[in-house]
Design a protein. Sequence first.
Length: 157
Amino acid sequence: MGYTIIKLLHVLAVIMFLGNIFTGLFWMHIAKKTKDLKIISHTMQGVIRSDRLFTIPGVVLVTTFGIFAALHGHIPLIRTGWVFYSIILFTFSGIIFIWKVAPLQRKIYNFTHKQENNPDFDWNYFNKLYSQWDFWGLIAILAPVIALVMMILKLPQ
């Protein structure tokens, strides 16, 4: 497999990875606006599933094809700034996802799912969880977006 094919597969994996994250954020924002717990719960369940189907495999594919492309293109992983710092940002994003985002997703889903028929639903607690998820999700998405920009512009050299 040639360098350009490996690079194409790497870029397609990045599209799948980032596209899924942005789509999940979009649909959760729409669901939250409805103030309908069944919709919010169902949407978060979908976000969690899509992470299993697209985000996590996307991480594996982005990493695998990225390393293969660099090796095949004779690009030093550690001495090439835009590759090295992108790997650090991608790793940082994964740590934030595992440490903060995924647990908050489960908390939001469990809380809304169990409370779907409760007329005294604690919206303050939900908004606290959602704000935390939104904040950590933003951090987790900004890191790979910055890595994407660095990869395309090849900065820093």
